[in-house]
Ligand binder design. Structure first.
Ligand code: ZN
Length: 72
């Protein structure tokens, strides 16, 4: 049953396929603390649900932002 909804693209999908920013805890860098702050500026919390596609986009976006930030 497709009873989960992506906060970004609003597509419906299976609950078992939910992605949240909590998966970034396992990312080597940036730190999860940095990641949480980055997403809180976008009004995204640890319990917001996303589909795999949008989570991949957010993953790239946050990593790029972190790289740019680190260079300045
Ligand atoms: Zn989505």
């Amino acid at each position: 049953m497709k009873n989960a909804q992506c906060k970004k693209c609003l597509n419906k999908f299976n609950e078992k396929d939910i992605y949240t920013i909590q998966q970034f805890q396992y990312r080597k860098e940036p730190s999860y603390e940095w990641t949480r702050e980055f997403f809180s500026d976008l009004e995204i919390g640890e319990w917001d649900s996303f589909c795999e596609k949008c989570m991949t986009e957010y993953s790239k976006m946050s990593k790029n932002s972190w790289k740019n930030h680190a260079q300045n």
